[in-house]
Design a binder for this molecule. Sequence first.
Ligand code: FAD
Length: 484
Amino acid sequence: MREKPIILWFRQDLRLADNPALTAAAATGAPILPVFVLDDETPGKWALGGASRWWLHHSLDALADALSEHGCTLHLRRGDAAVQIRTLAAETGAQAVYWNRCYEPYATRRDGTLKKALREDDIAAESFNAALLFEPWEVKTKTGTPPKVYSPYWRAMRLLGDPPPELAVPEAITGFEGPLAGDRLDDWQLTPRNPDWASGFKAIWHPGETGARDRLDWFLETALDDYRKGRDFPSKPLVSRLSPHLHFGEIGPRQVWHRTIAHCLMTGRDPFSGSPEHFLKELVWREFSHAQLFHNPDLPEACLRPEYENFPWDTAEKPLHAWQRGQTGIPIVDAGMRELWQTGYMHNRVRMICASFLVKHLMVDWRAGEAWFWDTLVDADLANNAASWQWIAGSGADAAPYFRIFNPVLQGEKFDSGGGYTRHWVPELADVPDRYLHKPWEAPGNPAPDYPSPIIDLGLGRARALAAFKDLKNGSWPDIAACA
Ligand code: FAD
């Protein structure tokens, strides 16, 4: 009689190396049935955005190729994931379902219920950690509570010692053989056509495990040494751009952590000082965001500081649309928003500037910016996106103070002084002298006739936001129309 298979349910862990669910399944010697379920229902409003769908298509393609080299066929299903997995288990007589954990609230709810249901059906259900250095519930303060601020989080995490080592790809994987109906990837139509707005993505990104590994190798060899200072300059190739690979689990944070340390030791450097430590700390911001989401399931929808719910947001459509299209008349903001649209990515420094401009100068609700990023980023990640927007808005746990309002002119002059980044994305500014690049409205002779005037006077916008935020504590909100 044929041995019952183990279903290996791929989710945000689209890789073979350092994949604990795969390692555990392969160790049993049972035939493995790898499956991915496209579920547009369970996540509700957080179903995959357009840029993420593009990435997923290519990542699944790469995963299917990698699995086939090990004699396995990636099986595709679409619909409510819990229903699909139970159906597949019944169809194949599976003995077990293994998966790596996700931390989105809808996923933890669904997975808990599914685990119980499978076990009631006499099917083993096991989950593993492939996405984080440590589980969110493992990192605690001395009093046993989850750290609410980043620095204590980092310290508490370091007290746990090194994260578990990276797992190799299992040497022997037995693929499940049997007739089984499934979907074709192309039929899911995850990539855009008519128009193909993602045409610019292909030249920049290489989704999949190999692309992720190559990117980390490139970063360690060429950029790590200058990361600490260089990471703030969007025209310089001094950040890793690993975020979409990490989000889709084409590389795990433990791999990044251990390879960074090994690289430092091999080249005679201390991994816990200067640029290498700074990079490891950024990786831990990702952990901190996931912990925040895990402990505050409402993080993507509700202000962690409830008083912010009464903030007098401007709900007019015009400012939001100008921001989304990169037509605000503020050069560094427009450069960032256009980079985002054309590549699915925006440099972190510019993300902060664009987000601050939207929330503070334009007084648009951070959730509108969060939703736009969700649709357009290839690294759209519920934890990182929500935590970062709340940080910028000031409504988060460990948030920027309300009076920190990025001045986009000064930010542009400081971090893109040569204008390489801004001119690349906003070619209408090509003839504006460096001195006026970040404030073209002051340039004599109108050197950028095709570029819009600023949507808001920056001084007035700042004063309006400060007035509104100042009243936060006593609860009296100004009339924004009167302030404008
Ligand atoms: P690197 O500088 O090379 O950092 C390495 C890795 O560390 C990143 O890949 C990422 O996984 C992690 N990391 C770095 N900075 C942060 C951070 N501030 N918070 C959490 N993790 C971090 N990041 C996302 O992955 N998805 C998002 O949806 C997202 N939305 C954001 C929204 C706003 C408004 C802001 C200000 C930031 C957002 N970030 C998001 C965080 C950060 O901008 C990106 O992770 C980073 O720019 C990715 O580029 P990189 O891989 O080159 O980063």
